[in-house]
Design a protein around this ligand. Structure first.
Ligand code: NAP
Length: 348
């Protein structure tokens, strides 16, 4: 099959660079254009970017000129890694001009006609695209992914929700530095420290799962009634968010049943054999001190989440630890998987 031309907006940032890295050898997509801010526009990519990976910038990509994020790019799919403050209207312009926008930004996550998709969890929400196009009169459309902490939480809890029902969860996050963007947290603020506040994060974690787990109806999404209480912390790890979770189920389950449900879980991306789909979306570690960010973040190439320490909870029902790669599964990799789903479902 001829590869589909794609572009990255915000290509010089933390998530943007992950897009560039993951798309460099993608079997379906060909990276043809890179956009960023005025600071970078006009320079070749290799001069504009402060490259974060040990390997060299892919040869062909390094020479591409960085341009402004305007809808005249030689691409059909546009991946957005723009800051939430600027992404909204730019993504709309692209969708209006006929591009499919797969976004990581928060700007359109709660729009009632924009799907907020974690590919294994709610692929059926892509049906909102039709409503979006009709309502807005656009040729293209916007699909968003969740916040990084939300993505790994809903993915890991999905098999439990399907089999036993999830009524409520208390989540304490330990979030990596890369989640704050390239120039996110000054070294002097985070070394020898834990920051017990990430602006907007607890609200996102409480709200996004209600939409993702919502029911698709002909009128739109009917939000789920699940209650999430989140405590979010920035810690001095580089990549990989760790979450300590207590969960209340609707029906009783044994530890063995939970493990079996998690390990057996497969979603639509696995069924379709999408190129970025990990063979097993949820891995369970049985050692008492796993998962750990340094050891487990690259499970399934960074696309699997790792669950461990499953044990009873005397307040809710069960406690567990969930680890996910925030910039891969929680951002660029997740958005690429969503775009693969869009293509496989014939929506391009
Ligand atoms: P980042 O490192 O700060 O990168 C921001 C990118 O946007 C850079 O390429 C920057 O270009 C560009 N940009 C900034 N202002 C712009 C403007 N006015 N016009 C055009 N381009 C502009 O941020 P990030 O961590 O990659 O995050 C990107 C998005 O993904 C955000 O919406 C974030 O909330 C979301 N997200 C991040 C994560 C994560 O783990 N980091 C996870 C999920 C979602 P210059 O280099 O030219 O300034």
């Amino acid at each position: 099959m001829e590869r589909i031309p794609v572009a990255v907006l915000g290509s010089t940032g933390m998530v943007g660079q992950w897009f560039v890295r993951l798309l460099a050898s993608h079997p379906w997509f060909e990276l043809t254009a890179l956009a960023a801010s005025d600071r970078s526009a006009g320079k070749p990519y290799r001069e504009a970017v402060r490259w974060i990976f040990p390997e060299e910038i892919p040869e062909r990509v390094g020479g591409l000129p960085v341009v402004a994020p305007e809808p005249d790019l030689p691409a059909r799919i546009v991946f957005s890694a723009l800051p939430g403050e600027v992404a909204g209207p730019i993504e709309e312009e692209f969708a209006q001009s006929g591009y499919v926008v797969s976004s990581n930004a928060r700007s359109h996550r709660y729009d009632p006609d924009v799907p907020l998709v974690v590919a294994e969890v709610n692929p059926d929400h892509l049906a909102l695209v039709e409503l979006q196009r009709k309502r807005r009169g656009w040729k293209g459309f916007i699909v968003t992914g969740g916040n990084c902490s939300t993505v790994q939480l809903v993915l890991a809890l999905e098999p439990l929700r399907r089999r036993f029902g999830v009524e409520a969860a208390v989540v304490t996050t330990m979030q990596a530095l890369s989640g704050a963007g390239f120039s996110g947290v000054p070294g002097n603020a985070i070394l020898d420290n834990v920051l017990p506040y990430i602006p907007g994060e607890e609200e996102k974690l409480a709200r996004e799962p209600r939409k993702i787990w919502g029911r698709m109806t002909p009128q739109g999404i009917e939000e789920a009634g699940v209650r999430i209480s989140a405590h979010c912390h920035r810690v001095a790890t580089l990549d990989g968010h760790l979450e300590a979770v207590s969960v209340k189920l609707s029906r009783p389950a044994t530890e063995g049943e939970l493990v079996e449900a998690l390990e057996a879980f497969r979603g639509r991306p696995q069924q379709l054999g999408l190129p970025s789909a990990p063979a097993q979306p949820i891995l369970v570690r049985h050692e008492p001190d796993r998962p750990q960010p340094r050891l487990d973040r690259y499970a399934g190439g960074g696309m699997s989440v790792v669950v461990g320490r499953i044990r009873p909870c005397s307040v809710l029902d069960w406690r567990l630890e969930i680890l996910g790669h925030n910039t891969v599964r929680g951002a660029a990799g997740g958005a690429i998987l969503n775009a693969e789903l869009v293509v496989a479902e014939g929506l391009l």
